[in-house]
Ligand binder design. Structure first.
Ligand SMILES: [Zn+2]
Length: 296
């Protein structure tokens, strides 16, 4: 819409509604039932799809930029699942969008009426890349993707985060162990996502399966950190539903359509079983790709 100062002097245009395909962070999801999508591509059941980017994949590789745990409480209103309460966990103690304080573990939340049904979710977002770690660009721009570990999908996601926590490499910032642990460790390897399955009380469900790809060359870590920092506003806009709880409702609707219902299942209890430590691949780097090619 043109905003021409010469005519009315006030060219108000309503904020543009972005379709999920145009968003900055593209959802990675597992096809529930086969369906033809908006561009006529048949999204096969059980395949991985990156909304607005690529479809019918067996694996998706990305370099983690952001990891964000949140708390979500769902309710069913007229047969539709809606978000009743949401915590971005950006205060201490955590607060929900309804104003209640969210206890930090599942048992305490279940024992608190306001938080009963509150479930932990964790979002892993990052730069889409080839298996080598070479970023896949759209023109000159990197493509950001995310997976949401929730419901049955949360267990593997937490397990993978556990494995990341155990990564034992010489630190990039030895003088700052906290930064290393919180922000840097998850950027040391390419993350590979595939589809797995898990048996539940509700039958066999599709889940994400995570594994380490090649190690990222140390010289790229600074650049990835910079990208992480510079995209925090976009990340918050997309994932901080406490700002706009309506957004949460839309997203849920979308999720239901694309990947079938995956609520009402378990999240790991506070005493997680010791996960098998997976040996990351050690060879390789992003095939000489220079992150400086990405304009930021
Ligand atoms: Zn809560």
């Amino acid at each position: 819409m043109e905003n021409n100062n010469d005519d009315y002097g006030y060219g108000y245009a309503p904020p543009e509604e972005k379709s999920p395909e145009e968003e900055f962070f593209h959802s990675v999801y597992i096809g529930g039932v086969e369906r033809k999508n908006h561009i006529g591509v048949v999204e096969q059941a059980g395949k991985l799809h990156i909304r607005g980017v690529k479809y019918n994949l067996d694996e998706v590789c990305f370099i983690i930029t952001h990891v964000k745990p949140v708390l979500v409480r769902k309710t069913k209103v007229n047969g539709k699942i809606k978000t009743a309460c949401f915590s971005y966990q950006n205060t201490k103690p955590w607060k929900g969008s309804t104003g209640n304080i969210c206890p930090s573990n599942r048992n305490d939340r279940d024992a608190t009426p306001a938080c009963n049904g509150c479930r932990a979710e964790v979002i892993l977002a990052g730069l889409l890349c080839e298996k080598s770690g070479k970023p896949i660009l759209n023109g000159k721009q990197p493509i950001f993707v995310f997976v949401r570990g929730r419901g049955v999908k949360s267990m593997n996601t937490y397990k993978y985060l556990d494995e990341i926590a155990k990564v034992d490499l010489p630190p990039i910032f030895p003088e700052n162990p906290s930064l290393e642990k919180r922000i840097v460790k998850n950027k040391r390897y390419v993350t590979i996502v595939k589809k797995g399955t898990v048996g539940t009380d509700f039958g066999i469900k599709n889940v994400f399966e995570f594994s380490f790809g090649p190690k990222i060359d140390n010289k790229f870590i600074q650049k990835i950190l910079k990208i992480q920092k510079e995209t925090i506003p976009q990340f918050n806009e997309k994932f901080d539903w406490s700002v706009n709880i309506q957004q949460a409702v839309q997203e849920d609707h979308e999720q239901q359509e694309s990947s079938g219902s995956d609520y009402a299942q378990s999240e790991p209890q506070t005493n997680q079983e010791e996960s098998k430590h997976q040996e990351p691949q050690t060879e390789g780097n992003p095939s000489g790709f220079d992150f400086d090619d990405i304009p930021f």
